[in-house]
Unconditional design. Structure first.
Length: 389
């Protein structure tokens, strides 16, 4: 594939949470026990969806976004007989902190409609051996946003012997930076005063091509001091008249995110092929057995209350961009952990813990052909049943 072929596929979307956290860190471097009562869970029965979550504080989530109206489907947990954990086991748990689970419920079009999908495309990023194509893309982005590149920094990344797309960081004259993770993900760090300008440019870019409306999502998460840690806005093409698979494509690739002087998007990828999916029930069984991927951890997945299940595309499993089940869940005993860890005068009763788990959605029979892994803070985040012992 040549430069012209690949650049013709450029579009808007959002990178993975592990990638985003790694990106932001690199860019910034270059420049007492009463069980609280919870707030009511605002969970509606309708759907809409996708992804990218920003992490923060000590325990924060993967791909998450907020819908104040409560999109998605609340699920009644299966009866459990496992006793509520006691110290020290419960202190090994990790999760996000929210004031309401809707803040981590996504507007994914697959929510409540998973039975309509039996197969989906898997995409593939090209292998890069030098920074030639990345420099060409960075130059095009600089021209698009009125930036002047003064230097390039290239890093052929690999973590834990897992191949990662090489990263190119283009430093600009005004202090802005353009960061490319392979050719698939792109982030620009800029003066926050230009936020509205960048949003207007990207909105025009998407609506001019599709002539469709943009839906907006808002993600929020909190620290153990009860302070707002992060607020991420995401805009995506929303056309409910299209087939569900096309809506998911729009939600995944025809989107952009902005946050405090940062804009991120993805390019349209190359198709590897179409693959059958495992069922939702099979994915949930995998999670409840303790076999899942996440920065969050619970030693009692069989007790978890499932709040929402969707399918989204994961950009972290280089070179394959493949569908995964995103399972949003909570544990009743996390309230006690929050009550102990909250500080700074924050009211523990105003907060609750929510976790996000990921299970590959492609039929496991194809796992050798399309291996799945997910990095969190540049470390593999695979939990297995053996971890529960």
């Amino acid at each position: 594939m040549n430069d012209k072929d690949y650049r013709s596929t450029l579009g808007g979307a959002t990178p993975s949470p592990a990638w985003r956290e790694r990106t932001l860190a690199a860019m910034k471097q270059a420049q007492g026990q009463k069980r609280p009562s919870r707030k009511p869970m605002a969970i509606a029965a309708t759907a809409a969806a996708l992804a990218v979550a920003v992490t923060g504080g000590v325990w924060l989530s993967g791909r998450t976004e907020m819908d104040p109206d409560g999109p998605g489907v609340a699920r009644t947990p299966e009866p459990v007989v496992t006793p509520t954990p006691t110290a020290p086991q419960m202190w090994d748990e990790s999760f996000s902190i929210v004031t309401d689970p809707s803040q981590l419920m996504v507007k994914n079009p697959t929510a409540g409609r998973l039975d309509e999908l039996t197969e989906l495309k898997v995409y593939e990023e090209p292998t890069l051996t030098d920074d030639t194509l990345q420099r060409t893309l960075a130059d095009a982005l600089a021209l698009e946003y009125g930036l002047t590149i003064t230097d390039y920094q290239w890093d052929p990344l690999e973590y834990y012997h897992i191949p990662r797309p090489p990263t190119l960081t283009a430093l600009c004259a005004d202090g802005s930076q353009i960061r490319l993770d392979g050719l698939g993900t792109q982030t620009i760090l800029f003066d926050p005063a230009r936020q509205e300008e960048f949003e207007a440019r990207l909105t025009h870019k998407l609506t001019a091509v599709s002539r469709a409306t943009l839906a907006q999502e808002q993600l929020e998460s909190y620290t153990f001091a009860g302070e707002l840690y992060s607020s991420l806005q995401t805009f995506f093409v929303d056309d409910p008249t299209q087939p569900l698979s096309e809506q998911l494509y729009n939600y995944t690739f025809r989107r952009f995110s902005t946050q405090e002087g940062i804009v991120s998007q993805n390019t349209y990828p190359l198709v590897k092929g179409t693959y059958p999916l495992r069922s939702e029930s099979d994915a949930l069984a995998s999670f409840r057995s303790g076999d899942y991927w996440s920065s969050h951890y619970t030693a009692y997945p069989d007790q978890a209350e499932i709040l929402q299940v969707t399918i989204e595309y994961d950009f972290s499993a280089y070179p394959y961009i493949q569908p995964v089940y995103r399972i949003l869940f909570t544990q009743d005993f996390w309230d006690e952990v929050i009550a102990d860890w909250m500080h700074g005068g924050a009211d523990p009763g105003s907060f609750m813990g929510v976790g996000v788990a990921y299970v590959p959605a492609v039929d496991p029979a194809y796992q050798d052909e399309i291996p799945y892994y997910r990095l969190f803070n540049d470390a593999p985040g695979h939990h297995t049943p053996e971890d529960l012992n």
